[in-house]
Design a protein around this ligand. Structure first.
Ligand code: 13P
Length: 253
């Protein structure tokens, strides 16, 4: 099964690095990952996209944004459309990250609107789902993650699904140093795969790239990525250090 899928390792820089730091970090990453056995993506702040796109030119690294608005244009102060990202040469976008759900009022409904707008414009989506600690403690992980996944994909066609990567990010593991065990990660990634199977059938679910994210680092990546349902990582803190990010990438073959 796993050989049918491409690994994707994506760095989510969050609100870190200015433009000169962006150029510097990408310049350090480039020579470390030319033989990567996976897709390599860096998701940078909007203001660094142009710098990042120039810095990865001619390399195997792709650039992503960390959010996108669902309308094409109009009176939406402070927002950026999918068409604007495409025009710049952006290829990926993270949608529904838990920090956006927690701090910026993102809901399953707006996540779904953003997913459809991004796909229609031609972006590849990294769709984030994951439970909070109280949800896990109440035994609600599977129901919640299944609901988030289904809600995000309403109206998404089987063909469009090829441009979606799903990232399972348990909220309690993000930035806390508390990684999910590889068994916990695999179990929920398998659950997500079964949701895709129910919605789109076996072939699509076998091909779906499902990442784990949450305190993934150079020391635990190999174990997490060896699991049958884990096909990559969405990396926060460790993606800000070239050597650590490259070590994680070397585990994804
Ligand atoms: P950390 O790797 O810093 O825990 O962040 C994970 C994350 O939120 C990636 O989107």
């Amino acid at each position: 099964m796993k050989e049918k899928r491409s690994y994707v390792i994506a760095g989510n820089w969050k609100m870190n690095n200015n433009r000169s730091q962006t150029k510097g970090l990408i310049t350090q990453i480039v020579p470390l990952v030319p033989q990567a056995g996976c897709e390599v993506v860096v998701c940078v702040p909007f203001t660094n996209l142009e710098t990042a796109i120039k810095a990865v030119s001619g390399t195997n690294i792709k650039v992503g944004a960390q959010n996108v608005h669902f309308e094409k244009s109009g009176a939406y102060t402070g927002e950026i459309s999918a068409e604007m990202l495409i025009e710049m040469g952006v290829e990926y976008v993270i949608i529904g990250h838990s920090e956006r759900r927690q701090y910026f009022g993102e809901t399953d409904e707006t996540v779904n609107l953003r997913v459809k707008a991004a796909l229609n414009a031609g972006l590849t989506v990294i769709l984030c789902v994951g439970e909070r600690l109280p949800d896990r403690e109440k035994g609600l992980t599977n129901e919640l993650v299944a609901l988030q996944t289904k809600a995000a994909l309403i109206g998404v066609t089987a063909q469009q699904l090829d441009k979606i990567v799903i990232a399972y990010e348990p909220v309690w593991a993000i930035g806390t140093g508390k990684t999910a065990t590889s068994e916990q990660a695999d179990e929920v990634c398998e659950l997500i795969r079964s949701v895709i199977r129910d919605l789109y059938g076996d072939e699509k679910s076998d091909k779906m790239t499902i990442q784990y994210g949450g305190s993934m680092n150079a020391a635990n990546a190999e174990e997490l990525l060896s699991k049958p349902n884990v096909d990559g990582g969405l990396i926060g803190g460790a993606s800000l250090k070239a050597k650590d990010f490259a070590e994680i990438i070397s585990c994804a073959k």
